[in-house]
Design a protein around this ligand. Structure first.
Ligand code: ADP
Length: 188
């Protein structure tokens, strides 16, 4: 059995936390483009130097760069049983690019999971995370910018996947365990 999944949701919806647990549950790798970019920034790779200021300002890295990173990651052997994409795709252009990548390998997406959390709740969570983790893009101004970009660029993705009958929406409010249980139930 394969499990090819995407997890969608606003910044601060708890995608990363849930992605790790879902991936473990199904025995597939969680692939977070945000984590890949942050690791490159930390290691000062050419890619990291290129995207550092974009991430700090809350903008999106270009589709060309992002698509290329995901394509090479999906070619790795651990993606054979499936994968969980977290933070990708984020634009309709990335949706098309992903479709093409997956069509080449004849490995269609199985589900798109959307974590639904109201704006007020995610802003509060991000501000709290800022105190704990000190991420460069968790200041109030940058959070507002990320939310605006999310609504403009990424919200339309849930509609696109709903039209294809792939979308599963799950209430993302509540404890980590509650949300995880809902997700597992929704996916089985
Ligand atoms: P969050 O979901 O909390 O915004 P992520 O770790 O998913 O955090 O992403 C952090 C940043 O990395 C984004 O604000 C953006 O700058 C960049 N990024 C991540 N994924 C993508 C993507 N698919 N396309 C463009 N930029 C991306």
């Amino acid at each position: 059995m394969t499990m090819r999944l995407i997890i969608l949701g606003p910044p601060g919806a708890g995608k990363g936390t849930q992605a790790a647990r879902i991936a473990e549950h199904f025995g597939i790798p969680p692939i977070s483009t945000g984590d890949i970019f942050r690791a490159n920034i930390k290691n000062e790779t050419p890619l990291g130097l290129e995207v550092k200021s974009i991430l700090a300002a809350g903008g999106y890295v270009s589709d060309d760069i992002t698509n290329a990173i995901v394509e090479s990651r999906l070619a790795e052997a651990d993606c054979e049983p499936g994968f969980l994409l977290d933070g990708y795709p984020r634009t309709l252009g990335q949706v098309d690019a992903l479709d093409e990548m997956l069509a080449k390998g004849d490995r269609p997406l199985e589900r798109v999971l959307e974590l639904v959390v109201p704006d007020d709740a995610v802003v509060a969570r991000l501000l709290k995370r800022a105190e704990i983790e000190g991420r460069a893009d968790d200041t109030e101004e940058v959070i507002r910018e990320r939310m605006a970009i999310y609504h403009r660029e990424t919200r339309p993705l849930s509609e696109a996947y709903a039209e294809r009958g792939l979308l599963v929406a799950v209430d993302g409010e509540g404890s980590m365990d509650e949300v995880f249980d809902r997700i597992v139930r929704a996916l089985s």
